[in-house]
Design a protein around this ligand. Structure first.
Ligand code: GUN
Length: 283
């Protein structure tokens, strides 16, 4: 069994990105990321701080717009529109989830597709489903980078994705389909999860339920990608897979922490630099 080390990979990617930022700055372009966070969800604030600090470390300018939970939809949209036209901003990210009174779809559609570094705009998810070049959501993009680095070719593999969210499951499905994997996608209404997981050469899970994937569900020699992040009452951070037991029978596995998580942030930086590079090319 081999550990898929996302921490180490993300460090080397960030080193490369740092050099790209230096080159962009030599052309008078400082990549810029605007983050919008609404309300005071503790986990969301932690993620945003991590994104901010990652930007700073590699020389990306970042600005965080913190808004109270009772802010109006219009005010959020106004801020996004301001960032859409701000020439110093290459990427706009709206941290999810948003409060219940806000129409998330409408907010995400307000972000200019050219600055949509999360890849959540319908134009960009449409492009992804057609296999066209676009901004790809960071977590599934991070998974593809891990597979590429460890020379795991999805072509012809039976892949079972557990979790059908717009952020992870659906873009993951498109990325793998574009690489000619056979993709099976499970969700909360799936009748018998084990039947689907058990036949898969690769299992990708991200639903936020500790120990959802137990050793009896996994085929021997399968590749296991764990996108879940759960904090147990003890304070310990775990994924959705019973790592201790599953790691004894699989071929590859991502740990939590240190697997997909660090890759998500590295891909956000990569998408921001991709956007800044397009700004340079269009100048
Ligand atoms: N909330 C959970 N994951 C994500 C993500 O990848 N991007 C944003 N914007 N919000 C999230």
């Amino acid at each position: 069994m081999q550990i898929l080390d996302g921490k180490e990979l993300s460090t080397s990617i960030k080193d490369e990105l740092k050099n790209k930022v230096i080159k962009l700055k030599a052309e008078s372009i400082t990549p810029g990321l605007a983050v919008i966070i609404v309300g005071d969800d503790v986990a969301s604030h932690t993620y945003v701080k991590m994104k901010e600090s990652a930007c700073e470390k590699i020389g990306i300018y970042s600005i965080v717009h913190k808004m109270p939970s009772d802010i109006s939809q219009e005010k959020i949209m106004e801020t996004i529109q301001m960032m859409n036209t701000n020439p110093n901003i290459d990427g706009i990210l709206v941290q999810l989830p948003l409060p219940k009174h806000i129409d998330t779809d409408k907010i995400l559609q307000t972000v200019s597709p050219d600055k949509d570094v999360d890849g959540f705009h319908p134009l960009n998810s449409g492009k992804l489903s057609l296999g066209l070049d676009t901004f790809v959501p960071c977590t599934p993009l991070g998974v593809m980078k891990i597979l590429q680095t460890y020379e795991i070719d999805p072509k012809g593999l039976d892949v079972c994705i557990v979790g059908a969210s717009n952020i992870v499951g659906k873009p993951m499905m498109n990325l793998l389909l574009n690489e000619f994997a056979t993709v099976d996608i499970c969700h909360i209404h799936t009748k018998d999860l084990k039947v689907h997981v058990k036949r898969a050469d690769m299992v990708i899970v991200g639903v936020g339920k500790p120990n959802l994937i137990t050793v009896d569900m996994v085929k021997e020699g399968a590749i296991v990608i764990d996108i879940g992040i759960n904090r147990l009452e003890s304070g310990k951070l775990v994924g959705d897979v019973d790592f201790e037991k599953v790691s004894q029978i699989c071929s590859y596995i991502t740990p939590v922490p240190g697997g997909v998580g660090p890759m998500t942030i590295a891909m956000l930086l990569e998408n921001t630099i991709k956007s800044a590079t397009q700004r340079l090319e269009n100048a």
